[in-house]
Ligand binder design. Structure first.
Ligand code: CP3
Length: 359
């Protein structure tokens, strides 16, 4: 008896593009997922690199950046691969010097709080010339992920990037950028505007190089009142999103305001395809604040990954339920990045649970 034909076994899994479809706002057969900061120090395989190479070497050497982007995807079968890079990466192309210092975090050396500082910033220009590793990394990654999962690019939002630059690094109170906003709003807006254009053009370049979805990180939204979000951060982020959508109408854009879930009503009209939600709000309430027509991403508490297997699985089920059931125009994610020290097997349980919940 001849062996049964194997032709109808699909070589390309049918869910290889499920994240892309959901990000476009389509109903899907299950809820797809990736995790912010999925490439990181919680993985032993990652630490083998981070203990030996500084951050900028890792993120600006294509062979290493590709390996670090793929480690977690291969280990867990995530539906999305996000390039290993940083929101600060493009700053050097417009004249802002920065680094990530081990044990301290990001540091920005260029002063952008003065008229001269803002005026000295250049246009992004030719990314292939100024940041050649970016295109090389994304093109190689697309080769690896094609037919397997969705490739994500990302940019920092103009307000968050401006705040990082103004503060010179991490901050408790974002005092310098606030001072600028209150005392010299025109100069602050000029800075936001320059970074809005840079972020938009940088994202377009990522799409040209292979990125299929772009996430815009408003990582410091927790520093903003709803009024200041509306007045300063929102128009700037909308400008970035507009630049991306105008050049690449078919590429979904996800907007994530970390700490911004108290003003989701203000995020209905960002011009993006999907809004990612932090974990300070239940997914069901997030959906109702945003409006049922807005596709959502998020929002399992990253700290639940320090819990038991059952607690992790339950948190994932609650999030899917809160979004209205599996595949309901929802990309599962955490409410912020995977925390350092997260047990590796916890990530596996979360991925397994999302993939098990089917209609
Ligand atoms: O998500 C991923 O797995 C892709 C990689 C990624 C990194 N940074 C790698 C990284 C992404 C998407 C980012 C974006 C980023 N960078 C954001 C937005 C996401 C968020 O957390 O809100 C922000 C705010 C930054 C700024 C930044 N860069 C921080 C806060 C840090 C950590 C500092 C520290 O020492 O803990 C960095 C450096 C950085 N970028 C690390 C990683 C894995 C850690 C440092 C290292 O690996 O040496």
């Amino acid at each position: 008896v001849p062996p049964p034909p194997t032709l109808d076994v699909p070589e390309v899994p049918t869910d290889h593009d499920i994240l892309l479809r959901a990000a476009r706002g389509e109903v899907t057969e299950r809820t797809p997922l990736w995790m912010m900061r999925q490439a990181g120090r919680y993985m032993k395989a990652f630490r083998a690199y981070s203990e030996n190479y500084p951050f900028r070497v890792r993120s600006e050497t294509p062979s290493i950046a590709v390996e670090l982007s793929l480690q977690c995807v291969k280990a867990y079968g995530l539906d999305g691969c996000i390039m290993f890079s940083d929101i600060l990466t493009p700053l050097s192309a417009i004249g802002i010097e920065w680094d990530v210092i081990k044990g301290k975090g990001p540091v920005v050396y260029t002063d952008v709080t003065t008229e001269e500082g803002v005026d000295s910033l250049t246009a992004l220009g030719d990314v292939d010339e100024k940041l050649p590793f970016l295109g090389e990394t994304l093109r190689a990654l697309r080769g690896h992920t094609e037919g397997k999962c969705t490739l994500l690019g990302f940019v920092g939002s103009p307000w968050t990037l401006s705040a990082y630059a103004a503060e010179g690094g991490g901050t408790k109170d974002a005092r310098k950028i606030k001072h600028m906003m209150y005392h010299n709003p025109d100069l602050a807006r000029k800075l936001f505007d320059k970074l809005a254009v840079m972020a938009g053009e940088y994202a377009v370049h990522q799409i040209d190089s292979g990125a299929q979805v772009i996430q815009v990180f408003e990582s410091w939204a927790h520093h903003l009142s709803p009024a200041d979000f509306e007045k300063f951060a929102k128009p700037a982020a909308k400008k970035t999103i507009e630049i991306i959508k105008k050049a690449k109408p078919d590429t979904p854009v996800i907007y994530f305001a970390n700490g911004g879930s108290a003003y989701l009503d203000l995020q209905r009209d960002m011009g993006c395809d999907m809004v990612c939600v932090d974990h300070q709000i239940c997914m069901a309430k997030a959906r109702s604040d945003l409006g049922a027509d807005v596709p959502v991403s998020g929002n399992v508490d990253p700290s639940v990954l320090f819990g038991t297997e059952e607690q992790i699985r339950q948190a994932v089920r609650d999030c899917v339920d809160g979004a209205g059931g599996p595949g309901n125009r929802h990309v599962m994610n955490l409410g912020h990045g995977v925390r350092q020290g997260t047990p590796e097997e916890s990530v596996g349980w979360a991925v397994d649970e999302v993939k098990r919940i089917r209609k």
